[in-house]
Design a protein around this ligand. Structure first.
Ligand SMILES: Nc1ncnc2c1ncn2[C@@H]1O[C@H](COP(=O)(O)OP(=O)(O)OP(=O)(O)O)[C@@H](O)[C@H]1O
Length: 240
């Protein structure tokens, strides 16, 4: 089944077509990496899919729910872990998780269970009572993803999840993301080609609001006639 079906989606800002009649299907349970140089339209596309901004034309269906006419159902299906983490810096890690359970109107019992589950899944025990604002970047991103998962989304958007992290924190977060694969559909944006290579089942490369290429990392290397994925990306973007 398609988790996401995008049909002719278009978003214009004054004088700029940020997303231009885009068609795309993303299969359920896959990790889809959305790549493109700055200004390609990735964030705008994700914002439309997450019902944060309205398209000018076209539509997209998440589990067959339209972003135009079934907005609440779409919002119930998804969760976002944004670039700017949505954590409350003055609250502890536990309080942040608790807050998110409150937003989801969980009972006291479900809240207890959920926090336990997240602490175990994301190995948060060592920082549970630390103020979130005092955490390192790697821990903050891990908490941000844990918080995004509390609502049990079917589709998770990860916007540049390892931006600014050191290589060790990045590799640990990759392991965390790998553990989420197959449990939900994940749409990931990144500027790190090795990240797309390590994690994705499918890759879409955007340029000027359009989809330039679509396929597995292997497919795109073959398309660009190279064994190096970064080189393949450059060849495709420059050629398109
Ligand atoms: N709110 C806005 N108002 C006007 N123009 C915008 C707005 N948001 C985005 N744009 C423009 O739309 C185009 C696509 O931007 P978008 O942020 O979607 O690209 P991106 O691929 O996410 O880039 P990056 O990799 O830098 O995050 C750019 O030309 C950008 O300047």
């Amino acid at each position: 089944m398609d988790a996401i079906r995008i049909e002719g989606l278009t978003k214009k800002y004054k004088g700029i077509v940020a997303v231009d009649h885009l068609d795309l299907k993303i299969e359920e349970g896959k990790l889809f990496a959305l790549l493109g140089i700055n200004g390609a339209g990735k964030t705008t596309l994700i914002k439309m899919l997450a019902c944060l901004t309205q398209p000018n034309s076209g539509d997209a269906f998440l589990h067959n729910k339209s972003i135009m006419s079934n907005r609440q159902e779409v919002k119930d299906l998804i969760s976002i872990s944004p670039q700017e983490t949505a954590i409350a810096p003055n609250l502890s890690v536990r309080e942040n998780l608790d807050l998110m359970c409150g937003i989801n109107r969980f009972s006291k019992q479900k809240t207890g269970q959920k926090i336990k589950e997240m602490v175990s899944q994301f190995a948060l025990a060592p920082v549970l009572d630390k103020r979130a604002g005092k955490l390192s970047g790697g821990w903050r991103r891990r908490l941000s993803i844990a918080m995004a998962l509390i609502s049990e989304p079917k589709i998770l958007f990860l916007d540049e999840p390892t931006l600014g992290l050191d290589v060790v924190a990045r590799s640990e977060l990759w392991d965390t993301i790998k553990n989420l694969k197959n449990k939900m559909t994940i749409i990931l944006t990144t500027h790190y080609m090795e990240e797309a290579e390590a994690l994705s089942d499918q890759v879409g490369i955007m340029k000027a609001g359009k989809l330039l290429a679509l396929g597995s990392v292997h497919d795109l290397k073959v398309l660009a006639n190279t064994t190096d994925f970064e080189q393949a990306f450059i060849t495709i973007v420059k050629g398109g």
